[in-house]
Design a protein around this ligand. Structure first.
Ligand SMILES: O=C(CO)[C@@H](O)[C@H](O)[C@H](O)[C@H](O)COP(=O)(O)O
Ligand SMILES: [Zn+2]
Length: 194
């Protein structure tokens, strides 16, 4: 049993070690943070979407922006697309779950806004449809996926494809990458303002 537990921790570390060793990932984190700072400076917002554990990650990361992270500061405009359960259940029930996020992107998304999609397979239909809607709107799409990127890869302007095939290990790295971006964005946006 303890070996099994240790193996999970080792596997999680191994994925993160690969990210640490990949200079393109480090450079991308730096660049995406600047991109999001620019979006906020231009009055744009960041929308997040995911399913299951990745829905939790989506709202977690949105709340780092709209609430606060390390700094005591103003709110930044960010939200996760699944948080209104009345909206989500009505649209899933009346139309389909597949269109639920896309419909909201069409309703509230504007050119220059950012859509972050978290999908370990890269193949969740509602995330795919949301990315298609975002691209039609002229939004910037950022995918967080597993190693292949799945169907989200060609729809992502920027992609963090975590080098693993295992859903929970991928998610553990997604939240780490997301936290890094939140930290850099908060520092850069509010340092420039003060
Ligand atoms: O949290 C977990 C597994 O760790 C699950 O809830 C998982 O997120 C769900 O099965 C999702 O529906 C998987 O979707 P995706 O990552 O392939 O887009
Ligand atoms: Zn999970």
């Amino acid at each position: 049993m303890s070996e099994q537990i240790k193996q999970v921790i080792l596997d999680s570390i191994a994925v993160k070690q690969q990210l640490l060793n990949d200079e393109t990932v480090i450079a991308k984190l730096d660049a995406i943070s600047d991109l999001i700072v620019d979006a906020f400076r231009n009055g744009k917002k960041v929308l997040f979407c995911g399913n299951g554990g990745s829905a939790a990650d989506a709202q977690h990361l949105a709340a780092e922006f709209s609430g606060r992270f390390y700094l005591d500061r103003e709110a930044l405009p960010a939200e996760a697309l699944h948080v209104n359960t009345s909206y989500l259940t009505a649209i899933a029930n009346d139309y389909s779950f597949e269109v639920a996020y896309a419909r909201l992107v069409k309703g509230i998304g504007h050119a220059g806004d950012v859509l972050v999609g978290l999908s370990t397979s890269g193949n969740s239909p509602n995330i795919i449809e949301a990315f298609k809607a975002a691209k039609e709107k002229g939004m910037i799409t950022i995918g967080f996926t597993g190693e292949t990127g799945g169907k989200l890869k060609p729809l992502s302007d920027h992609l963090f494809n975590v080098p693993s095939k295992t859903t929970p290990r991928i998610q553990e790295s997604h939240i780490m990458l997301g936290h890094i971006i939140c930290q850099l964005v908060e520092e850069r946006y509010f340092a420039a303002k003060s």
